[in-house]
Design a binder for this molecule. Structure first.
Ligand code: NCD
Ligand code: ZN
Length: 361
């Protein structure tokens, strides 16, 4: 396949293994955009206000999302918190909850009730290992804990290794990895450890993220060499790595009115999630980071769809497929509700992308 000159592509529906769909009016705007981005399976993050820490609440949330987007398979997660005990893990497993997300306290949006002492959760991790729930890690340390010259993500990597050594059968996902070092650390672990890679970390670097509020997110995009490593990983075919957009909507107003450097963290990509991965790969080819021949049908299917499904033990066959065609479509500025009180700016507004539709197979 010559992705840069290809006019038409067919792919299996994407599995987006890291999404933020929020609650209330924001959820009503964002949940329907999941299918627009070519996604039929989405792993939903629990960092709502208050965070989702009970099975009852997570099932209620799943029902709300299904009502808004009936064609999407929503995989649900709990927020790791002292109330998520081994008993709650057993209940969660029986209810079909897929994972538990660990946010170090204070590192990102809505993480105030996150974790400060991981060892306090070892019984919970044992129960997760037993019930085969996935542990999803926001792999960053607080700024005050990172040694000089190390990124917040690199400073977290010893913790990944420690958890994997202690709980080798526990499936762990290092979410949104952003550095060459993180990719290496995930590779060095056994097959129970995987990682998500977003679309935006395949096109952004610190240069944009520092100064454009719509490019600011956690983990912060890093150096061009890190982006290069991520692009190479996406086309490596390594099944440990799969798509998780970390699409994180915030009100446009909160982004534009923030003081410099104070915008809420999160890049919104959901309505064009699949399309943006393809765009980033094309730009990677243009820069010479990857070769045209690296982007094959098999690699695209693996990264965008199959690897994630396999890691989460989901069926891979689908009754639908994506048809992507170049029709000169440009990414719109934002999504909004009718009243206009919820408006979210989309990353890369104005860029030309494939037009996408679902078709029956
Ligand atoms: C996410 C959000 O806004 O919920 N923000 C982000 O920058 N990625 C939280 C997160 O995943 O860190
Ligand atoms: Zn996230």
């Amino acid at each position: 396949m010559q992705i840069k000159t290809t006019q038409r592509l067919e792919l299996p529906p994407s599995a987006d293994m890291h999404v933020h769909l929020r609650q209330g009016d924001m959820m009503k705007v964002v949940a329907p955009t999941v299918t627009q981005g070519g996604v039929d399976t989405a792993f939903v993050m629990p960092n709502l206000v208050p965070p989702i820490t009970t099975v009852e609440r997570v099932l209620e949330y799943q029902t709300q999302l299904r009502d808004l987007a009936p064609d999407v398979n929503f995989l649900m997660s709990l927020f790791l918190h002292p109330s998520v005990t081994p008993e709650v893990i057993a209940q969660a497993s029986a209810a079909g909850v897929a994972g538990v997300k660990m946010y170090p306290q204070g590192v990102t949006t809505n993480s105030e009730s996150g974790v400060s002492d991981l060892e306090a959760f070892y019984d919970t991790f044992s129960a997760m290992e037993k019930h085969d729930l996935v542990l999803n890690l926001h792999g960053e340390v607080l700024e005050s804990l990172a040694p000089e010259g190390t990124t917040l993500e690199e400073a977290f990597l010893p913790t990944l290794k420690k958890l994997h050594d202690r709980f080798p059968k526990l499936r762990i996902v290092l979410e949104h990895c952003t550095t060459a070092a993180a990719v290496e650390a995930v590779r060095a672990c056994g097959p129970t450890v995987g990682a998500t890679i977003t679309a935006h970390h395949l096109y952004l670097t610190s240069t944009e993220a520092c100064c454009d509020p719509f490019a600011f997110c956690k983990p912060i995009p890093k150096k061009p060499t890190d982006r290069h490593a991520l692009l190479k990983t996406v086309v490596s075919g390594d099944p440990k790595f799969f798509f998780g957009s970390d699409s994180a909507p915030h009100l446009k107003q909160s982004k534009t009115s923030a003081e410099k450097g104070k915008a809420p963290a999160g890049v919104f990509t959901q309505p064009v999630a699949t399309q943006l991965v393809l765009l980033a790969l094309e730009e990677g080819i243009e820069r010479g980071d990857i070769a045209e021949a690296d982007v094959t049908q098999e690699k695209l299917e693996g990264f965008l769809s199959r690897n994630g499904r396999r890691f989460y033990k989901l069926p891979e066959e689908s009754k639908t497929k994506l048809v992507l065609e170049r029709k000169g479509e440009k990414i719109s500025d934002s999504v909004r509700n009718e009243s206009g009180d919820v408006e979210v700016g989309i990353s890369r507004a104005g860029s030309e992308v494939f037009s996408l539709r679902f078709e029956k197979v």
